[in-house]
Design a protein around this ligand. Structure first.
Ligand code: GRF
Length: 207
């Protein structure tokens, strides 16, 4: 049984998609052991508690130094005996020690087709604003393993979504979530839980 800790900062719709997929059997052999938020008012915490999952806040504000905060975050993940860390809208740059301790065991969802519209500064609505500004006709979402770079880790799954005339960043964000993010995030977790993925030369192979 794959033990998952989900890190969140906001609404938690991706978290909800994972919870539902586990409950409905689309993800097998996995359970969420803990949800950690850096924001105590994140609605994602309520979603976790409603599903009977232990939900805790590790806030930067509660610690004197960045180092203390980072150690507390790592401790909260370790304590849950975590096999896989899932970043589902976690708006904190991950501590190097965390990336090292959980090498190839952290995944992230990004709301574009990497390598477009990704890297430093590309998060939330900004990603969709830039896609619309550039006039792309297709965008989408990417689930990838996390390495020390920003959105540079091995790509697990991608799904394309059409851009329609008249889209606003908000409309496009919603379509990308509904048509791509909420599907490929659970799918990627299921593949990992069933031991189907291998990383070779920086690429993900599916067996
Ligand atoms: C999603 O757009 C995800 O791609 C990005 O942050 C957002 C999180 O939304 N990394 P939610 O909290 O899962 O609703």
């Amino acid at each position: 049984m794959l033990k998952i800790t989900v890190l969140v900062s906001g609404g938690g719709t991706n978290l909800q998609a994972v919870i539902d997929s586990i409950n409905e059997g689309r993800i097998k052999d996995a359970k969420i052991v803990r949800v950690i938020s850096n924001k105590e008012d994140a609605y994602a915490l309520t979603r976790a508690r409603n599903a009977g999952i232990k939900a805790v806040t590790v806030s930067r504000k509660a610690y004197d130094t960045k180092q203390d905060f980072e150690e507390a975050l790592l401790k909260a993940i370790d304590e849950a005996d975590t096999d896989l860390v899932v970043l589902a809208g976690f708006l904190v740059v991950l501590p190097t020690k965390l990336v090292e301790s959980y090498e190839n065991r952290i995944i992230n969802i990004h709301p574009s087709l990497i390598p477009s519209f990704c890297g430093k500064g590309f998060y939330g609505l900004k990603v969709h604003e830039e896609a619309l500004k550039r006039g792309v006709k297709v965008t989408g979402a990417t689930v990838h393993f996390v390495d020390k770079g920003c959105d540079t880790g091995p790509i697990i799954l991608q799904k394309a979504v059409s851009v329609e005339e008249g889209d606003t960043p908000e409309i496009l964000q919603k379509r990308v979530m509904e048509q791509a993010e909420w599907k490929i995030m659970p799918e990627a977790i299921d593949l990992i839980a069933r031991g189907k993925l291998e990383i070779k030369d920086g690429k993900v192979l599916k067996h």
